[in-house]
Write a protein that binds this ligand. Structure first.
Ligand SMILES: Nc1ncnc2c1ncn2[C@@H]1O[C@H](COP(=O)(O)OP(=O)(O)O)[C@@H](O)[C@H]1O
Ligand SMILES: [Mg+2]
Length: 599
């Protein structure tokens, strides 16, 4: 099934009636054109005296005549051609056509745009359920290009191209019928020319598609770069690297331009090919028409009518071939959309998940091994047990694997070997979402949204202002929030950059307090702060860890000393464990780190 077929069958189907109804109105409107040409033939014959033959009136003209006479327009008797009747009939046809085309296009576009809206929503949901690994592979800019860029590309397809397609096909078919009604030999000639159009177009469309793919990938890269530079603007400024970034952006843009040009070159091949076919068609007609007029079969009006009809036929064919080329680009967008659509997250819950204990008694790492890249182990055979209500600290040199180790608990990654257990159950047997809801995480980077402070603290929970304020108070955030001009309704700028690091951290802590998870992970939550904000954030953290099982990665000695147990992690291994005193007495790695004041 081609992506286009899938789009029509799966996504347009709910709106099929709208599409069909709109299509019908469009087809009606489009067919009126042929009728107007029939009328013109009449005008030529009668008004210019070109009807010099004895043969019967051609069906198209007869039909047009009946139509004109049936209109509620002023005329005295049947067959009367006042100077007014034909022009008025013509005008009526054009007005009707305009109304039909407008309403029909609108109807079709509405169905199409609804289908696109559904796709955009579902695509975003699809992205949301992916694992952290997925987001490492796909930079934000690329994902934006896929959720917005690709979807925009098919928006054209769904709104304009579909109705355009129906319009052109209906015009072509009705014109063909009209030609048949004037002279039945002519459509045969036209059909003979069909392979001349079809095969070359098929050939270039494959090319357009492959270039379209390159094109979108290049656009992904450009957007990824743009996103990266915009979010690291502070670094760009501080290092005064505007020119460097400008150059990098330009070279990426140059690449996109070149691929764009390649694609356009194939795309633009279709119309000139059609010009030649059109010329051929006209030339044939002129020869044929001359013969038929001489034979006395066609009147002058018929002949001019045929010429007009051929023109009218040529236009939609040219349009359709151009469109066929454009649709290839939409096909690429659809292809990319469906690729993302079909992607299942690698971390799956079981079909029948066990309920996660509301307050876990025992967290256990059992011979856990993990690697981001094959052959480069980051965690090697770590085993440890954490009881309910304990505070355990992880220390060790940077890059030793502490963050990686604790991230295995909320299943951001799955261990390659060994198991992580909660109350004796492998965490793979839980629903990952439920598991994560039991684990609160506060890290070094606090991630806030461009929302009010209230919404940032509540973050999707349906809680009252009083509860939010209570959490803020316990997180030592209430005082500074109250001093902001709009208090809890203050909107944060992007990623909360209008607040200081310590303030952001306290909002994150208030959020975690409100979530009230039984298990808490603090990954260097204070290490990015200056001493003053560190101490106040520390107080907030003290409030947060009350009555919870806490895994804390820390540099601060005071935090570490309070821990029930300290694990020293180095090069992915658990090399020492014990209390502050016992580890100092052991004179090992911990004592060494301590003597260097690293702790
Ligand atoms: N997302 C990642 N992809 C690949 N390698 C990573 C990733 N995160 C960390 N690493 C590597 O894994 C090792 C352990 O990192 P990490 O767990 O962050 O250490 P720590 O928290 O102790 O400083 C480091 O060598 C780091 O380069
Ligand atoms: Mg870390």
């Amino acid at each position: 099934m081609s992506p286009l077929q899938r789009f029509i069958q799966k996504h347009l189907r709910p709106y099929l009636w709208g599409t069909l109804g709109g299509g019908l109105v469009l087809a009606l409107g489009s067919s009126l054109q042929a009728l107007s040409i029939g009328l013109l033939s009449l005008v030529f014959d009668r008004q210019l005296g070109l009807n010099n033959i004895a043969s019967p009136v051609k069906p198209l003209k007869a039909f047009a005549l009946r139509f004109a006479e049936s209109l509620p327009l002023p005329h005295s008797e049947p067959g009367d051609f006042s100077l007014w009747l034909l022009p008025l009939a013509l005008l009526t046809i054009f007005v009707l056509r305009a109304i039909f085309l407008y309403l029909g296009s609108l109807w079709v576009a509405r169905s199409g745009l609804r289908a696109v809206r559904d796709i955009r929503e579902r695509l975003f949901d699809r992205v949301l359920i992916q694992d952290p690994v997925f987001f490492q592979r796909h930079p934000v800019g690329e994902l934006m290009n896929r959720v917005l860029g690709d979807v925009n590309a098919i928006q054209q397809l769904a709104s304009n191209q579909t109705s355009d397609f129906i319009k052109q096909v209906a015009t072509a078919l009705s014109t063909l019928v009209a030609i048949f009604l004037v002279d039945w030999h002519m459509p045969l000639v036209v059909l003979l020319l069909f392979p001349l159009v079809y095969f070359p177009i098929r050939l270039i469309s494959a090319k357009i598609r492959s270039r379209g793919r390159e094109n979108q990938k290049s656009a992904d890269r450009l957007l990824a770069r743009l996103k990266e530079v915009l979010s690291n603007m502070r670094v760009v400024k501080v290092f005064a690297r505007e020119q460097y970034e400008s150059m990098r952006f330009k070279s990426q843009g140059e690449e996109l331009y070149r691929i764009n040009m390649k694609m356009v070159r194939s795309q633009l091949l279709a119309p000139p090919m059609m010009e030649i076919v059109g010329g051929l068609l006209l030339a044939l007609l002129v020869i044929y028409g001359g013969v038929r007029i001489r034979e006395g079969v066609l009147s002058g009006g018929d002949f001019i009518g045929l010429l007009l009809l051929i023109y009218a036929l040529y236009d939609p064919i040219r349009h359709l071939t151009k469109m066929y080329a454009e649709v290839q680009v939409s096909q690429v967008a659809l292809e990319r959309i469906f690729n993302l659509y079909d992607l299942e997250p690698t971390i799956q819950g079981p079909t029948q998940p066990k309920p996660v204990p509301v307050t876990p008694i025992l967290i256990e790492f059992d011979q856990v091994c993990f690697a981001y890249e094959q052959g480069q182990p980051v965690i090697e055979g770590v085993s440890l047990k954490i009881q309910k209500g304990e505070i355990v600290a992880f220390v060790g040199p940077s890059g030793g694997g502490k963050s990686t180790l604790v991230n295995l608990l909320p299943r951001l990654f799955d261990p390659l070997e060994g198991r992580v257990l909660i109350d004796g159950t492998d965490i793979k047997e839980f629903d990952p979402k439920e598991l994560r809801s039991r684990i609160g995480v506060v890290t070094q980077e606090t991630l806030l949204f461009m929302d009010t402070i209230h919404d940032n603290i509540a973050y999707g929970l349906n809680v009252s202002r009083a509860e939010v304020m209570e959490a803020a108070r316990r997180a030592h955030a209430h005082d500074f929030i109250a001093q902001l001009p709009q208090g809890y309704e203050t909107r944060l700028a992007e990623t909360g950059s209008s607040l200081s690091g310590g303030q952001r951290q306290r909002i994150a802590i208030a959020r975690a307090l409100l979530q009230n998870p039984p298990v808490l992970i603090l990954d260097e939550a204070t290490s990015a702060l200056d001493t003053e904000s560190e101490s106040i954030v520390q107080q907030a953290l003290d409030e947060l860890i009350k009555e919870r099982t806490t895994l804390v990665i820390a540099h601060r000695l005071s935090t570490i000393q309070r821990a029930n147990r300290i694990y020293v992690i180095s090069r992915g291994r658990l090399i020492e464990q014990g209390t502050h005193e016992s580890l100092l007495a052991a004179q090992g790695e911990y004592a060494r780190l301590h003597s260097f004041s690293v702790l």
